[in-house]
Design a protein around this ligand. Structure first.
Ligand code: ADP
Length: 165
């Protein structure tokens, strides 16, 4: 039986920390679906379409990874995809409380689905999409924390839109 895992998130934008989790997950599961969540309360920098495009380009070298987006409850999406697992990354203790709550409710709503947590790799433990956006806003170099395609997209976003500054 094919083991399918869903790796959900905002990915606004995808960072090398995300890619590390996606890559490592793809070594364990037959198929990893990276799923961008619509309808978040946060105002995103990149539209869902832009995020999907960036993720597709950044993961094109990993054959068993597909990119998708979803609305509504994660667990419904996971069941619809017939996935057995949810992959989440853990950076600091501060991630833990929210992740534990989310895993508990997902277990209640979908007892057959397991949440797998992966510890961040040391070099990415400080890395988040928010930090990337903050740094890129001031046109600092982000080439060692995001894939090249994202570095380009950030440059374009902040140079074409001075109101973002
Ligand atoms: P969300 O808003 O759902 O947390 P994110 O796009 O911020 O979405 O993150 C998606 C997933 O990637 C989460 O499980 C998050 O913990 C994980 N993640 C983000 N940055 C890193 C990192 N630097 N190292 C490991 N995991 C990370």
């Amino acid at each position: 039986m094919t083991s399918i895992a869903v790796c959900p998130g905002s990915f606004d934008p995808v960072t090398l920390g995300h890619l590390d989790i996606i890559q490592r997950g793809s070594n364990v599961f037959d198929e990893v679906i990276v799923a961008v969540l619509h309808n978040r309360n946060k105002v995103p920098l990149f539209s869902v379409e832009e995020r999907l495009e960036l993720l597709k380009k950044a993961t094109e070298h990993i054959p068993n990874v597909t990119i998708d987006s979803f609305n509504g409850l994660l667990i419904d999406y996971v069941k619809q995809k017939q996935a057995k697992a949810i992959i989440r990354g853990l950076r600091a203790v501060s991630d833990f409380e929210y992740e534990m709550q989310a895993a508990s409710i997902n277990k209640k709503l979908g007892p057959d689905v397991e949440t797998f947590f992966m510890m961040t790799s040391n070099q990415y433990s400080y890395l988040s999409s928010s930090i990337v956006k903050e740094v890129a806003k001031y046109e600092a170099d982000v080439s060692d924390i995001v894939p090249p395609v994202v570095a380009e997209a950030l440059k374009a976003k902040f140079s074409s839109s001075p109101r973002n500054k």
